[in-house]
Write a protein that binds this ligand. Structure first.
Ligand SMILES: Nc1nc2c(c(=O)[nH]1)N[C@H]1C(S)=C(S)[C@@H](COP(=O)(O)OP(=O)(O)OC[C@H]3O[C@@H](n4cnc5c(N)ncnc54)[C@H](O)[C@@H]3O)O[C@H]1N2
Ligand code: MOO
Length: 455
């Protein structure tokens, strides 16, 4: 049986979705930092406004705009402050109204009496008519104030060293109401949904939760994957007798580490069962033992032993079980096993390391995104090939590659790294992207536009 990539993706998704129906509902509260990368189990509603109170965006003087707008009123343009662009260090004297403050000093300056300074964290006294209160960034705006004039724009442009009631004054330019004031709730409103159930939690979500006073977030359980690698030729590094090198004909086990890491990156929890030799009976006993004692397994992943050789441990061990061994029109990752073993979804990936990790990439990872909410889907972009390449007819080819966008405005390029063969671990490690060549394309010229997934 030969399937397209899309058909096999659907087969994997259908298998897991049927087997996992309801299994990942509900959540467990975790301390915020432990929730990083996990999937929110519930919607999170803001328990308070952010900011919780109106406060100053600048170190400056809190004023009532009516007091500083002078006898002629404010320059009409000053009523359109750009509070997102508070670049007082580089004032543009040709557009004096850019941040809501009229910098045509002298034209509209008004002299106000100083009130007590307001540090961040303090609850200020109400501002009286004719007063200006020195106020620090983040400090609570006093009742009676509706704008802040940055200290740089005061005359003199410093905070006076004055005690309250000294009668000292400061001259300030006309300023529109709302200038450099961060209104209560202007970021987030109390009761607003700030995290949607099913969202993969990033630093931004955790920072927001912390700002809202939350200490935990409820997260979904991660799918637990039993991982076995196979092959008589494979040895685990660290298990050889001291002083002995790699025996002739043997290779170190790359897949246990490669696939464990890829599965962790994909948001799964991994139960690593290590390496099983090419002994079908032992393979079966090992899987059953882990299923019985492993504390719950949501899926089984194996590598190797599924193609056309004489010693195909996984294929032979699972003969008679509900597992299909088939070919997907994809390279690498063509040979695949899929089914259920003792009621647990089973995915048999090919033994070549790059084939195994591309199988996670193309089949398991998208299913986890769809069913659990993690990992985040790969970012897909178009880029032009730096060199020509060929691809086998009728197969969707995935090439490891280096994506480069030298300058933000420059058109991005992608350079194939190594060849198409699935044993090329060095090229995999040197790559930051995957080039996808559709099954119907057999050659592409240098400069051709290709779909690239950023790793
Ligand atoms: N006559 C055919 N031969 C092969 C076919 C085919 O269709 N007809 N398919 C080829 C393709 S494509 C792949 S991919 C592999 C898949 O083979 P298996 O899944 O049976 O895997 P193995 O034969 O056990 O190993 C393949 C390759 O990978 C190396 N390997 C295995 N495990 C590890 C490990 N843990 N760490 C590092 N390297 C590992 C192994 O030594 C082999 O070189 O079959 C092709 N053959
Ligand atoms: O499909 Mo194999 O995975 O080409 O090397």
């Amino acid at each position: 049986m030969r399937r397209t990539v899309a058909e096999h993706q659907l087969a994997v998704l259908s298998l897991l979705s049927a087997a996992w129906d309801g299994k990942f509902d509900g959540g467990t509260p975790l301390p915020l930092i432990a929730a990083l990368g996990r999937v929110a189990a519930d919607d999170v509603l803001a328990p308070l406004d952010l900011p919780p109170f109106a406060n100053s965006q600048m170190d400056g003087f809190a004023v009532n705009s009516v007091d500083v707008n002078g006898p002629d009123g404010i320059d009409p343009d000053v009523n359109n402050p750009d509070v997102n662009n508070p670049d007082v260090n580089n004032p543009d004297v040709n557009s004096p109204d850019v941040d809501g403050v009229d910098r045509a000093r002298g034209a509209h300056t008004v002299v106000l009496t100083l009130a007590a300074a307001i540090p961040a964290g303090a609850v200020p006294a109400a501002l009286l008519p004719g007063q200006a209160a020195p106020i620090m960034t983040g400090a609570m705006l006093p009742d009676g104030a509706d704008a802040v004039v940055p200290v740089e724009l005061a005359i003199p442009p410093v905070f006076p060293d004055a005690s309250p009631g000294s009668g000292q004054t400061v001259a300030l330019p006309a300023t529109a109401a709302g200038t450099f004031v961060r209104a209560a709730g202007s970021d987030v409103r109390r009761g607003e949904r700030v995290i949607k159930a099913g969202t993969r939690l990033t630093a931004g979500h955790l920072g927001l939760a912390a700002a809202l006073g939350l200490t935990t977030l409820s997260v979904r359980r991660q799918p637990r994957v039993l991982l076995l690698t196979t092959g008589d030729e494979v040895v685990l590094a660290g298990t050889l007798a001291p002083g002995t090198g790699l025996p002739a004909g043997k290779i170190y086990d790359a897949n246990s580490m490669l696939l464990q890491a890829a599965l962790l990156e994909a948001g799964a929890e991994v139960l690593p069962a290590g390496l099983v030799p090419d002994d079908p009976a032992l393979f079966l006993r090992t899987v059953r033992q882990y299923l019985a004692t492993g504390g719950g397994v949501d899926a089984i992943v194996t590598t190797g032993g599924i193609s056309a050789g004489a010693y195909e441990v996984v294929r032979q061990g699972l003969a008679g079980e509900q597992v299909d061994f088939l070919s997907v029109a994809m390279q690498p990752g063509g040979p695949q096993g899929l089914g259920t073993f003792d009621g647990v979804p089973f995915l048999g990936f090919p033994g070549n390391p790059v084939s195994g990790v591309m199988s996670v990439e193309m089949f398991l990872r998208p299913a986890l995104t769809e069913l659990i909410g993690a990992p985040r889907s790969r970012i897909k972009v178009l880029a032009s090939l730096t060199e020509a390449l060929t691809s086998p007819p009728g197969k969707h080819q995935i090439r490891r590659a280096v994506f480069e966008a030298a300058r933000p405005a420059a058109h991005p390029t992608v350079r194939p790294e190594g060849g198409p063969s699935s044993h090329l671990l060095g090229a995999l490690a040197a790559s930051n992207a995957l080039i996808h060549v559709p099954a119907e394309i057999t050659s592409l010229a240098a400069g051709a536009e290709v779909e690239v997934w950023l790793l």
